[in-house]
Design a protein around this ligand. Structure first.
Ligand SMILES: Cc1cc2nc3c(=O)[nH]c(=O)nc-3n(C[C@H](O)[C@H](O)[C@H](O)COP(=O)(O)OP(=O)(O)OC[C@H]3O[C@@H](n4cnc5c(N)ncnc54)[C@H](O)[C@@H]3O)c2cc1C
Length: 260
């Protein structure tokens, strides 16, 4: 039986009655719908890096999206004039740092400062992850979600998502008031993220947006540097502060295959 201890970075949490890893979009929706229709507690989990779970048995369903594709819908379109925006779509189960590495390799600017943050693309928009002068919300074009209340898929725009400091409309949908869970949905938002479409800039350089990072790179805040150099410096600074996920975690059979 799978336990939350195997699925969370902190390594604690009790046994799970049912653990499902759907490999298709419809499979994810069906798993959520089945749990909700039966009134079972539902926990949609990503990398388990922002969760502290009780040791008590979990009597419901835990769903982990096993889809990890990244696609570039307008790859074939030439970058014209001053508009250097490139859209990239990533499925919710994609490992966050795999996504960042992909965009930097593609020569895209926008999320390089978020290198090395543990977790998945799906959860990144729930708490609007941020670090070293960047926040994911600034690069989001739209988020496709399953609305557990109205039972339909919806494409949410940044206006709908109301990103704030480590917050979003997705996160608030889990609570009726601050720190008061919405019994109907908690510990999972009303809106389950299926995929995220990012709007990134076609540029091999990015802006150094944070003092500690500028110091590590030997430049000033606001200077432009290669996104690869920014990524490498962020990974180095994070490692020096113990802010990188333990890579050995992916040797655990329950985590195997969740990171490229
Ligand atoms: C060492 C370390 C360093 C960190 N550094 C940072 C940092 O620099 N900046 C920062 O912002 N955060 C940081 N975090 C927090 C964490 O990395 C982020 O919150 C991350 O987005 C969590 O992703 P996850 O996939 O692990 O989410 P989980 O822990 O699996 O889930 C968190 C919440 O999101 C919900 N959720 C998960 N997937 C979905 C989905 N598809 N749809 C809807 N809801 C979903 C879950 O139900 C749960 O409520 C750090 C954590 C650790 C352990």
């Amino acid at each position: 039986m799978t336990t939350f201890a195997e699925l969370t970075t902190i390594g604690v949490g009790g046994p799970i009655a049912r653990f499902i890893e759907p490999t298709t979009r419809v499979g994810v929706i069906e798993a959520i719908e089945e749990a909700d229709a039966k009134g079972l507690p539902l926990c949609v989990i990503g990398g388990g890096s922002n969760m502290l779970v009780s040791d008590a048995p979990f009597p419901g369903v835990v769903v982990r999206d096993a889809r990890r594709a990244i696609t570039v819908p307008d790859e074939a379109a030439p970058v014209e004039g001053g508009d250097r925006t490139v859209h990239v779509n990533a499925e919710a189960g994609c490992n966050w740092d795999d996504f960042v590495a992909f965009t930097v390799e593609m020569g895209l600017e926008g999320v390089e400062g978020l290198s090395g943050i543990p977790g998945t693309v799906g959860a990144s928009v729930v708490q609007n992850i941020g670090a070293y002068g960047q926040e994911v919300g600034s690069s989001v074009e739209s988020v496709e979600v399953w609305d557990r209340k109205d039972k339909r898929t919806v494409e949410l725009t940044p206006d709908d998502l109301r990103f704030g400091y480590r917050s979003s409309a997705l996160k608030s949908s889990m609570y009726v008031a601050p720190a008061t869970p919405a019994a109907e949905f908690f510990p999972t938002p009303r809106y389950v993220v299926l995929s995220v479409t990012f709007a990134l800039r076609h540029s091999a350089t990015g802006t150094v947006g944070y003092g500690q990072l500028a110091k590590a790179l030997g430049v000033e805040v606001g200077d432009r540097m290669e996104t690869r150099a920014i990524r490498n410096a962020v990974l180095k600074v994070r490692a020096s502060k113990g802010m990188l996920e333990d890579a050995a975690r992916y040797l655990n059979p329950a985590m195997e295959g969740t990171k490229r």
